[in-house]
Design a protein around this ligand. Structure first.
Ligand code: SF4
Length: 188
């Protein structure tokens, strides 16, 4: 008959104490118990990473009208919640104090730059697009072929444009204004 092994008493005591540690109530500070996730109660706005043509899905967390965090969207079939280092930095893109909020304008024949507002720049662009289209729009070629186009303007989009913006650009500039040369940096 074999004898059952029995650990020495000192080891049994240590083992008993270890078992008790897990079942004892652990101490937490008031600050720890009151802490909540920073995105708790935030509204989630679905968006798309503005950096490249992969088009990873984003969850943009908004609280009190302010963006407080941006993470990968786990429901997106493209990235399934993951983001590359560039996409992970999208949050700072929205709140960066170095973000430009004005334009520099150098008038024709001027030797210096002037600071102008974004509203002023938008009005200038609208005015010049309208003027150029009116001056260069062609309804028919010399042989009578109907073209309804202008070769006086072109559009080059950037990779930060998402699919909806590119759709609107193509619709407005091509179908609406008759611009033929429409390209996007992500395709070049
Ligand atoms: S997270 Fe990275 S890979 Fe995805 S769209 Fe943004 S830049 Fe492209």
């Amino acid at each position: 008959m074999t004898e059952q092994y029995k650990a020495p008493q000192v080891i049994q005591n240590v083992f008993q104490q270890l078992l008790q540690v897990g079942s004892r109530k652990q101490p937490f500070s008031k600050e720890s118990t009151e802490k909540v996730a920073r995105i708790r109660d935030a509204k989630i706005v679905k968006s798309v990473c503005p950096y490249c043509a992969v088009g990873c899905g984003l969850n943009v967390y908004v609280k009190d009208g302010r963006v407080i965090d941006i993470e990968g969207n786990p429901d997106s079939p493209i990235n399934q919640g993951t983001l590359c280092p560039k996409g992970s930095a999208t949050f700072q893109y929205t709140i960066n104090p170095s973000r430009l909020t004005h334009v520099l304008y150098r008038a024709p024949y001027s030797d210096h730059w002037e600071t102008r507002s974004l509203d002023w720049a938008m009005e200038q662009i609208a005015h010049r697009v309208k003027q150029t289209r009116e001056e260069t729009f062609v309804e028919r070629l010399e042989d009578g072929q109907e073209v309804n186009h202008t070769l006086g303007m072109a559009s080059l989009g950037g990779a930060t444009l998402d699919v909806e913006e590119n759709y609107l650009i193509k619709k407005l500039l091509g179908g609406g204004l008759g611009i033929v040369s429409i390209e996007n940096q992500a395709r070049i």
